[in-house]
Design a binder for this molecule. Sequence first.
Ligand code: UD1
Ligand code: CA
Length: 449
Amino acid sequence: MLNILVLAAGQGTRMRSALPKVLHRLAGRPLLEHVLGTARSLDPARLVVVHGYGGEAVRAAFPQADLAWVEQREQRGTGHAVREALTALDPAAMVLILYGDVPRIRAQTLRALVEAGRAGLALLTVEQDDPAGYGRIVRACGRVQRIVEAKDASPEELRIREVNAGFFALPCARLAAWVARLENRNAQGEYYLTDIVGMAVAEGVAVATVPADPLETSGVNSKAELAQAERALQACEAQRLLDAGVTLADPARIDVRGSLHCGRDVSIDVNCVFEGEVSLGEGVSVGPNCVLRNVSVAAGTEIHAFCHLDEAAIGERCRIGPYARLRPGTQLAEAVHIGNFVEVKAGHFARGAKANHLSYIGDAEVGERVNIGAGTITCNYDGLAKHRTVIEDDCFIGSDTTLVAPVTLARGSYIGAGSTISKNTPPDQLTVARARQMSVPGWKPPRKK
Ligand code: UD1
Ligand code: CA
């Protein structure tokens, strides 16, 4: 049986932020969410999080029922944090300890660590060219003796490049016995979890080390490290897309903050941001500087530069943009054209409908082959409530028309430019609702005296 303990009580002073460190976002998701996601994939019987600084905000961000929370009121070190959490753990379990600020650890590495820990104690180590603030792994005749924290290390120890990545796996009973005996006589006056390694060695318990890749074990302690982690993650994401056959104009200029699924022959130009769940069907092209959030785009659709698409479902062979905005609830069927400076909110466009220039279409049903002229506005809000506009198949809406909802334009309605339509229109007729044009004979322009 496996219990996973995540330490996340630190403030993260070096982030210089009011937000608790583990709530800072990597690829659009809080650091802690990355760690919890990986932890859950190991299917633990218990998943316990130690929180402290900004605890209420941290708990509120993770309302899931499978989490047990332990508060560490004062942050007196990683060993103290574990000691506070012991009562939440099953004494018969294997315990895996993770840090909330090391977001990119992979599940397969953790599985190997848990297996190695069954015999006694296992820790994850990594070779760092610049071991900086990490705890150093001190070995004698190749065997681990103890971990020394950077602030307590001698000059020779500081030269050690094998460091503690911060992950431990061991039986709960051993952990409980050791953390009970930790002391805080060290440079930081903290209870170091890392001191349990020396205790294991003194008792003749086998200490195993599992090697990891620095990419997955780098911690986030500052905004600079957060930015580095973001770039490294995005580089992996871009590589994954390239490997799947997606054409990226520049793999260094794409940001995926969620999951992006692409069919064959998708191409993505520079500076696009994908958030939440986005799927792009076969042959879809996305122009430069687009933001797509929770959007599905069917095969053959072209999205031109500078579009902002949010919670929309787009059919096959559509043409969107440049400069189009699709807001939540938008559904486009096949071969719909939405052109520049057109905003659609909860609008449903049937096959072949077009709104090519400068329009607001909100809460509307737009029929097949409807053509919406430049500058057409649905007046969907009367100051109290939203109302729907229905434009049936084959309507033609002249430029600069306002449609005052609720209103229905029957099939084949032809609306003269500049009309304000506030009553339902009959089918297949021209409807014009505007002041008559007139010219004044004998009129003279004003002259200066
Ligand atoms: C720790 C390790 C170090 C290792 C490094 C890897 C110790 C003593 N040192 O150092 O050997 O190389 O991680 O990243 O363990 N935390 C609490 N309560 C506390 C203190 C910390 O929950 O009282 C949490 C923090 O929120 C963080 C994690 O424990 O998620 C690590 O704490 P941090 O202060 O960042 O330790 P490091 O100095 O990085
Ligand atoms: Ca750290």
